[in-house]
Design a protein around this ligand. Structure first.
Ligand SMILES: C[S@@+](CC[C@H](N)C(=O)[O-])C[C@H]1O[C@@H](n2cnc3c(N)ncnc32)[C@H](O)[C@@H]1O
Length: 193
């Protein structure tokens, strides 16, 4: 099956699985699904959709979610902003999480960083009015660049990181917290029009 057909099928599956949930969140770069599955258990009224580039991680995480009988979470394989655009309908998400995206620390690789204007353009379209994008990274240079990209893109307002939901730590957050590394966190809300 062509990649577009796979994503079209995945989108139909996401719409089917999340039907009946008034709140939907997406974790982009969900890795092995730790944050996603724990979030789903802590917040049973919310549906959690994960997007992850590596199919072995997606398959393993989905098997675990099924074994645990978690009905409000699932991961799909997808790469880059194109997969977010293809999988998620416009105006669908209450919250989009991007935690510890690959930092690409060398200047000559910065063009590969995810959190830039083209990604923000798609993210803004996928969020409901008033929806929130939550960004986290241990790379403080990337953190500064993320905030600049958000400001340049425009239409976002910073909101309190604490949002009243139970938020488990992510896989990478656990590692950096154990090392005592500083972590940059920012939540920005899409204007309500
Ligand atoms: C550094 S890990 C962080 C994982 C997780 N968010 C966490 O906080 O523990 C980055 C994850 O994003 C995935 N990833 C990186 N670039 C991606 C892209 N462009 N599209 C989809 N997934 C991507 C990687 O395969 C990896 O699982």
């Amino acid at each position: 099956m062509a990649p577009n057909e796979v994503l079209a099928e995945a989108r139909a599956e996401l719409i089917r699985k999340s039907a009946g949930f008034s709140r939907i969140e997406c974790d982009f770069g969900a890795s092995k699904g730790k944050f996603l599955s724990e979030s789903a258990v802590l917040n049973p009224a919310v549906f959690f959709a994960g997007i992850e580039g590596l199919s072995d991680r997606v398959n393993r995480a989905n098997r675990k979610i099924e074994r645990q009988g978690i009905a409000n979470a699932s991961l799909w394989r997808g790469w880059g902003k194109e997969s977010l655009d293809a999988l998620i309908p416009d105006g669908f998400l209450d919250t989009l999480h991007v935690s510890f995206p690959d930092p690409w620390p060398k200047r000559r690789h910065w063009f590969r960083r995810l959190v830039k204007e083209p990604f923000l353009e798609v993210a803004a379209r996928k969020l409901k009015p008033g929806g929130v994008l939550r960004l986290m990274t241990d790379h403080l240079g990337y953190f500064a660049s993320m905030k600049e990209e958000v400001a340049t893109h425009g239409g976002w307002v910073e909101v309190d990181w604490r949002d009243g939901f139970q938020r488990p730590v992510t896989e990478f957050e656990t590692i950096f917290l154990a090392k005592g590394d500083p972590i940059g966190r920012v939540a920005v809300k899409r204007g309500e029009g």
